[in-house]
Design a protein around this ligand. Structure first.
Ligand SMILES: CCCCCCCCCCC/C=C/C(=O)SCCNC(=O)CCNC(=O)[C@H](O)C(C)(C)COP(=O)(O)OP(=O)(O)OC[C@H]1O[C@@H](n2cnc3c(N)ncnc32)[C@H](O)[C@@H]1OP(=O)(O)O
Length: 364
């Protein structure tokens, strides 16, 4: 572990001081391209590009880069062989020595070619918003992406103000379960479009199964309990990026996040029929920090990228220590609330509210 880190630090210095061991497939491939000769300028550009690598290319590539750099700048290896216990320097020496009498120009060309073959890792961070890489497929209502140590789960029903229909409830649970096991450090929920989420999709109540409304209410209560349970038990830091208004369950869930960042455009956090501005929600402790909408995305994602560089085990353990004290209580409250809701969904008040919305007689 420490060796890999040290090799990586070395690789990111003046030139990638990596090393490769005995075989050089990339080098051999390009040795035949006699027509192409990289200039000193190309070589220097490639050295700079290596410093911008966003992803660790792995020890084998770093060794190759190191060896080619040394060969291109100093010629064949004539250093004394390091001792058997000097593992890193020995690996570097082996890699350089394996290049034999490869001419400096060929080494320079091979170095440039190798760096250019790493190009997918070379995009500058400003070009890549978290979430443009490694997109998970198989979601209809979400866009789930993972990059820079951040798994981003984005509600993706912007035309319906990201209302959470039954499919989305299931997909959010699936995405959270996957995120809890993937290699990301933090997980972020956010919304696509002008809303964070308008809460429960009111058409969820209209599809009545053969067992009738009682059965529907019972099934919904079971599912809702499981859904909220996923947030209670989520093991990594969970952050809400509230990009716009939030309503109903999308607000009440915020209490289960570890941090909530809101745009000052989130002026309609509707709880219990009362509109709350993001600033008011912050004063009540429901929102961690409010940002001006004009700089919201930039500021928040810069901060999240920094969080994602923190030691992952320490983050998980800290969260576990904090959550442990209250987990049982949260599950008990969740169970009780779902029981209460099951009854309320059968009430005239609930039926009227849904009918009113669906017939557009009233809006919140
Ligand atoms: C695990 C499985 C569980 C299954 C189900 C369990 C149920 C759990 C319930 C738990 C308790 C949760 C409670 C809540 O979340 S209550 C809150 C419900 N939300 C609302 O009441 C908001 C309703 N929407 C509005 O008031 C307005 O749409 C809004 C103010 C959000 C925006 O108004 P605006 O005028 O800007 O836009 P439109 O109204 O024209 O909306 C655009 C389209 O989006 C549709 N829409 C918006 N929100 C919802 C919604 N919540 N449900 C369904 N559809 C919604 C709207 O109908 C428009 O669609 P059309 O263009 O097709 O007309």
């Amino acid at each position: 572990m420490a060796m890999a880190y040290l090799a990586w630090r070395l690789a990111r210095r003046s030139c990638p001081s990596s090393l490769q061991v005995t075989s050089f497939p990339v080098v051999q491939l390009h040795m035949n391209r006699t027509a192409m000769r990289a200039s000193q300028k190309d070589f220097e550009n490639s050295m700079n590009q290596v410093k911008l690598l966003k992803k660790d290319p792995g020890n084998e590539v770093k060794l190759k880069l190191y060896a080619l750099y040394k060969q291109a700048t100093e010629g064949p290896c004539n250093m004394p062989k390091p001792g058997v216990f000097d593992l890193i320097n020995k690996a570097k020496w082996d890699a350089w020595n394996a290049l034999g009498s490869l001419p400096k120009e060929a080494a320079r060309q091979n170095y440039v070619d190798l760096v250019s073959s790493l190009s997918p890792s070379l995009e500058s961070s400003s070009q890549v918003e978290p979430g443009t890489d490694r997109k998970s497929t198989g979601f209809e209502t979400l866009v789930v992406t993972s990059e820079d140590g951040i798994t981003k789960i984005m509600f993706n029903r912007p035309k319906k103000k990201n209302a959470i229909n039954t499919e989305m409830y299931h997909e959010i649970m699936r995405a959270l379960k996957a995120a809890s096991k993937d290699d990301s450090i933090i997980t972020v929920l956010t919304g696509n479009g002008d809303y964070y989420s308008s809460g429960n999709d009111l058409t969820n109540f209209t599809d009545i199964p053969p067992g009738g409304v009682e059965e529907k209410a019972k099934n919904n209560a079971v599912l809702l309990r499981e859904f909220v349970g996923c947030f209670i038990d989520f093991p990594k830091p969970l952050i809400a990026v509230v990009n716009g208004p939030a309503v109903g369950i999308s607000v009440t869930l915020l209490g289960l996040f570890d941090a909530v960042y809101a745009s000052d455009r989130a002026t309609e956090m509707l709880i219990f029929g009362k509109k709350l501005t993001a600033g008011e929600a912050c004063a009540q402790g429901l929102v961690t920090e409010v940002f001006p909408d004009s700089t919201f995305q930039k500021e928040v994602w810069t901060r999240l990228k920094a969080f994602a560089k923190l030691p992952p085990n320490a983050l998980r353990i800290s969260k576990e220590v904090i959550r442990k004290r209250e987990r049982e209580k949260l599950h008990a409250v969740n169970a009780e609330e779902c029981n209460v809701l099951q009854g309320r969904w059968l009430s005239d008040e609930c039926t009227n509210a849904v009918v009113n919305f669906l017939s557009r007689k009233s809006k919140l």
